[in-house]
Design a protein around this ligand. Structure first.
Ligand code: SF4
Length: 378
């Protein structure tokens, strides 16, 4: 293992200082008139902006409907008040500071509120770049909770972006959790391979850490590629570096209007991921989050057709992806249309074990994008 000097700044840390974080920089970069600044300032004061120079370089600035721009450049639609900030019951599932325990086998740890990029469609808009009130600040206490719950067989360390934690914190999580007998594996939730791949391939200290602990317990990085144009030489390099150190990389996409709500685009994404040995396991229905609901959600009826057509373009591995929604009741698989006005769903994970694996049919209007909280499976 290499020896690193304390306090030495790596290239990726210097690059973070070049991120676009304010309206003035954004307008300069997009060559927008100064009058536009006020509009962006208003949005950014509510929901922060951070765009890495790398991710910005993926934007086609000549395309007003560019899908990459939609995911990183603030939109006035974020100021609409509809929706809510906690659409899947995260508050009620928080059992310890920063530790959520909704499904029997899985504990989720909010490790940071920092991301390399603040995705405009984020479902934790209530906290990214903002409050740290919901975060776990004591790794040992999170580990103690997991040890005291032997039914927990895996942890998801997330945020914000788990790989935006300093290496010293990541090391603490790894050293504590790889020692816990009841854990089968550890997952890190991170969009860094997509938005800031340099943070991985320029940081041998991080890669050495992963390699060291992957020999003790399986480690996964669960990332979020949403568009085939995010699969670049840089993001491929980040994924390959992780894989070469024994880390398994998996993908969860979000179905987003104007980004990937086209079977050919989604199909190309799934194929690109399987080619990279990154198994795509979920396509999430975008949640009705305040600031997101109005402009990113795709109706369920349309969504299921898009996903089915995209899956038809895949081999068996690509077809294994599931179209799901993270509902307060559990993770619900969206199976398809059953008869006129009705759709078929199945609980993939359930907060209430008695309802586990239940299949149900319910009325769904053409423009419906979510299921009511009080749904009653039959
Ligand atoms: S990286 Fe993840 S947590 Fe951070 S803003 Fe994007 S979607 Fe949200």
């Amino acid at each position: 293992m290499k020896v690193y000097e304390r306090g030495m700044r790596m290239e990726w840390q210097k690059e973070l200082k070049n991120c676009i974080t304010n309206a003035e920089e954004l307008c300069d970069k997009l060559e927008l008139p100064a009058e536009e600044r006020e509009k962006y300032e208003k949005i950014i004061s509510k929901f922060p902006m951070m765009i890495t120079p790398y991710y910005f370089s993926l934007i086609d600035v000549n395309d007003p409907d560019d899908p990459i721009a939609k995911m990183c450049i603030p939109s006035e639609a974020e100021l609409l008040q509809e929706g809510s900030f906690d659409t899947s019951g995260e508050g009620e599932n928080t059992k310890w500071e920063g530790v959520q325990h909704k499904y029997t086998q899985t504990a989720l740890i909010l490790s940071t509120n920092v991301c390399a990029m603040y995705c405009r469609h984020c479902f934790r808009k209530r906290l990214v770049g903002l409050s740290d009130a919901e975060l776990n600040k004591k790794v040992d206490e999170a580990a103690a909770y997991v040890k005291e719950h032997p039914e927990v067989t895996n942890v998801l360390i997330t945020g914000g972006d788990a790989l935006m934690n300093p290496n010293a914190i990541i090391s603490r999580y790894l050293s504590e959790f790889t020692e816990i007998e009841n854990l089968d594996f550890i997952r890190f939730g991170s969009r860094v391979p997509v938005t800031f791949p340099q943070r991985i391939y320029e940081d041998n200290e991080l890669l050495d850490l992963f390699e060291k602990y992957a020999s003790v317990k399986p480690i996964y990085v669960v990332t979020q590629f949403n568009h085939p144009r995010e699969i670049t030489p840089e993001s491929i390099r980040a994924v390959k570096e992780l894989q070469s150190r024994g880390i398994q990389v998996r993908n969860q996409s979000v179905l987003l209007k104007g980004v990937n709500d086209d079977p050919n685009v989604l199909g190309e994404l799934l194929r690109g991921l399987t080619r990279l040995e990154v198994v795509p396991y979920y396509i999430f229905q975008c949640r009705p989050v305040t600031g997101v609901k109005g402009h990113f959600q795709v109706p369920l009826r349309k969504g299921v057709k898009i996903v089915d057509e995209a899956k038809a373009l895949q081999n068996g591995l690509g077809k294994s992806v599931r179209y799901v929604m993270s509902h307060p009741r559990g993770k619900i698989e969206i199976l398809g249309e059953s008869e006129a006005d009705k759709m078929l769903f199945k609980f993939h994970q359930n907060k209430y074990p008695a309802d586990r694996s239940k299949i149900f049919i319910t009325d769904i209007k053409d423009d419906a994008t979510w299921l009511d909280y009080e749904l009653n499976p039959v």
